[in-house]
Design a binder for this molecule. Structure first.
Ligand code: DQA
Length: 144
């Protein structure tokens, strides 16, 4: 089964969106790097982005049937969404929360994650490496 890599709102604008915080890579660049990293580990990935909370919930439900694990960057919904917390809790595959930026070092409204307490683990603040280490963490969960 593939690893689903799900991305929330505004991440489609990476590259032009606050590059001093999020870097110059586009989401397509991140998708390509994830596919390459996973390929070396004999894994496939299904990489998606939506600006809509309900779509992310539907994808988590789909992942329950079709994914071995989920890498999840919920964007700003991280800090607002009980519904995403519940969806992450509701599914069987391990979910690794990832963030490009170090949210704990930013505005106080980013300090709380509703997703963290439902996820198996979180990797935050490492840019692209958060995603690549997220893939490693997902495989770790599957093999231990
Ligand atoms: C983010 C951090 C969130 O606080 C923010 O709303 C984002 C991106 C990150 O990857 O650093 O949209 O999830």
């Amino acid at each position: 089964k593939p690893i689903y890599i799900l991305n929330g709102p505004n991440l489609n604008l990476l590259g032009t969106r606050e590059p001093e915080i999020y870097g110059a890579m586009t989401l397509d660049d991140i998708a390509a790097a994830c596919a390459a990293h996973a390929g070396k580990l004999n894994q496939t990935v299904e990489f998606r982005q939506s600006n809509h909370e309900g779509v992310l919930i539907d994808w988590l439900h789909e992942a329950n049937l079709k994914a071995s694990a989920v890498i999840f960057n919920p964007g700003a919904y991280t800090h607002t969404s009980v519904a995403l917390h519940d969806a992450v809790r509701a599914i069987e595959p391990p979910v690794i929360e990832v963030h490009l930026s170090q949210t704990a070092a930013r505005e106080t409204f980013r300090h709380h994650s509703f997703v963290a307490s439902a996820a198996r683990g979180s990797i935050t603040g490492l840019g692209l490496a958060s995603y690549l280490l997220g893939i490693d963490a997902a495989l770790h969960c599957l093999h231990h």
